[in-house]
Design a protein around this ligand. Structure first.
Ligand SMILES: Cc1cc2nc3c(=O)[nH]c(=O)nc-3n(C[C@H](O)[C@H](O)[C@H](O)COP(=O)(O)OP(=O)(O)OC[C@H]3O[C@@H](n4cnc5c(N)ncnc54)[C@H](O)[C@@H]3O)c2cc1C
Length: 463
């Protein structure tokens, strides 16, 4: 990044050309914002540092939580934004801005249906397992259940609408006057040359700072030594530019971790293997925490165990459910999954104490039969019993993405420290402060793409 994050050079002659709405970043947020801006009749251009759109969006499972959709009604699921908002706040210990939570919950169903109806993205509801903290089944995904498909389909939608995405164009500097009005940006090309592009409105859709080791160590020291599993292009420019512009920063210590990344393969294993009745043991074969808390907290829990690893234990019924995810199938194809006819031979295969593993499972069975929580506080439902053959995968904890950032309203307007909003700057998705509280335990599954899609749409067409 340039040493001067924000330049005071704003003369119109400085810019090679000017567009009405300029968007930095072609992940889900940037492309959704562009589709919304174009629909509102604006001239729009996206600048993306990679040759082709990808971002953390492409690394994700592409699942978007949405309440009150027709997909839910068709599946007989009664849900509404108020329930969803309550789930978000409950997971985040009530630490979020309630107006933002409400706007996200209310905008979620319409956004998913808009992407389906207007741009042909074939969303369907995940109906066969629960995500922790969601009181209803409300995850919507594309057929492959992968973020790569989400990115590719959004890119096709942008192409269909005639929206230009300039790749290999990394924005290094904003140009703003004394009032904070953005006049344009400087972007660097791979050959080291610079382009200057003017704009009427600027939308920051360049995600958070998970890929910037210095910023992670400064703001998230507790996870700084973990594997970073998000996109390397998430370098925190929005935070740096925002600070230089006098923007208000909120919940900068919030992040999403994940404690179920196949090791050493580096493949995300869906948390369904746990919610459906699986559990985690350490290298000695002992349980060590209440997995029902969620996959974000799991990162710290697993990393605190010897060697920072654990084994997730489940069965072939659960593997059948997990197989809908492309990542899980990859893990299987790469040999990350172990299978055995009984727990003792599974323990031998994975090199843990068979007595400890059997004892861990016996404790779970007893808790289920008593219909009471186990000693960690986890309840195992009646339908979650495991049956042979058993399976296991070695996992570690990772940092996925940051959740704090620029404070915005529900239209993505960036708040200033001195009050009010910056005149023509919006931020959304991972570039803005999300609704995941202040640490790692406030992340409700899907909060990332929820903010990218719903706030991205609002930022593109604030009405
Ligand atoms: C492994 C993994 C799994 C996940 N699974 C889910 C899930 O199932 N559901 C969910 O809701 N969330 C999930 N998330 C989180 C989710 O991926 C993110 O919250 C979401 O993708 C953020 O979207 P975005 O558009 O803001 O950022 P991104 O998709 O990261 O897009 C930002 C783009 O900006 C570009 N960029 C950055 N800086 C610049 C610059 N200076 N100039 C030009 N371009 C720039 C980047 O290259 C990138 O393409 C997951 C994350 C990970 C890592």
């Amino acid at each position: 990044m340039s040493e001067v994050a924000v330049s005071r050079e704003t003369d119109a002659a400085l810019f090679d050309f000017t567009v009405d709405t300029l968007i930095i970043g072609a992940g889900a947020c940037g492309m959704v914002a562009a589709l919304a801006a174009k629909e509102a009749g604006r001239e729009v251009l996206i600048l993306e540092r990679d040759p082709l759109p990808s971002g953390s969006t492409a690394l994700s499972a592409g699942l978007i939580p949405a309440a009150g959709t027709r997909f839910q009604r068709e599946a007989g699921i009664a849900d509404d934004p108020a329930l969803f908002a309550a789930d978000i706040q409950s997971k985040a210990h009530g630490e979020n801005d309630s107006a933002l939570v409400q706007a996200l919950a209310e905008g979620s169903g319409p956004a998913v249906e808009w992407l389906t109806d207007r741009f042909g993205l074939p969303f369907s509801l995940v109906t066969d397992f629960d995500y922790p903290g969601h009181s209803r089944r409300r995850m919507h995904g594309l057929p492959s259940r992968s973020g790569r498909e989400l990115v590719d389909r959004l890119r096709e939608a942008c192409e269909g609408e005639g929206i230009d995405i300039i790749g290999e164009c990394r924005v290094t500097q904003l140009h703003a006057d004394e009032t904070g009005r953005i006049h344009g940006v400087t972007a660097m090309r791979p050959d080291g040359s610079f382009e200057r592009i003017g704009c009427g409105h600027l939308i920051l859709a360049c995600n958070g700072f998970g890929g910037n080791a210095t910023l992670v160590r400064r703001h998230l020291p507790q996870i700084a030594d973990a594997l970073y599993f998000g996109h390397p292009g998430n370098q925190g420019e929005a935070l740096v530019w925002g600070e230089a512009l006098g923007a208000r920063i909120r919940h900068v210590g919030a992040y999403q971790g994940h404690g179920n990344v196949a090791h050493p393969h580096g493949i995300l294993i869906t948390w369904a293997v746990i919610t459906e009745g699986g559990f985690q043991i350490n290298r000695d074969g002992n349980r060590f925490w209440n997995e029902a808390q969620g996959y974000s907290e799991a990162a710290r829990a697993v990393l605190a165990e010897p060697e920072g690893i654990a084994w997730s234990v489940f069965d072939t019924r659960i593997a059948g459910i997990a197989s809908q995810f492309a990542d899980f199938r990859d893990a299987r194809d790469q040999g990350a999954l172990r299978e055995a006819p009984d727990l003792r031979s599974l323990a031998d295969q994975i090199g843990v104490s068979a007595d400890a593993l059997e004892a861990a499972y016996a404790e779970i069975v007893a808790a289920r039969e008593r219909a009471s929580p186990d000693r960690f506080g986890r309840r195992f439902g009646p339908d979650t019993a495991l049956a042979p053959p058993f399976m296991a995968v070695k996992v570690t904890g990772a940092l996925f993405h940051t959740q704090g950032g620029l404070e915005t309203d529900a239209a993505g307007r960036v708040a200033r420290i001195e009050g009010g909003y910056l005149p023509n700057l919006r931020a959304a998705g991972g570039a803005a402060c999300g609704v995941s509280g202040t640490g790692d335990s406030g992340y409700l599954s899907g909060n990332g793409l929820l903010a990218a899609i719903v706030l991205g749409r609002a930022a593109g067409n604030p009405g």
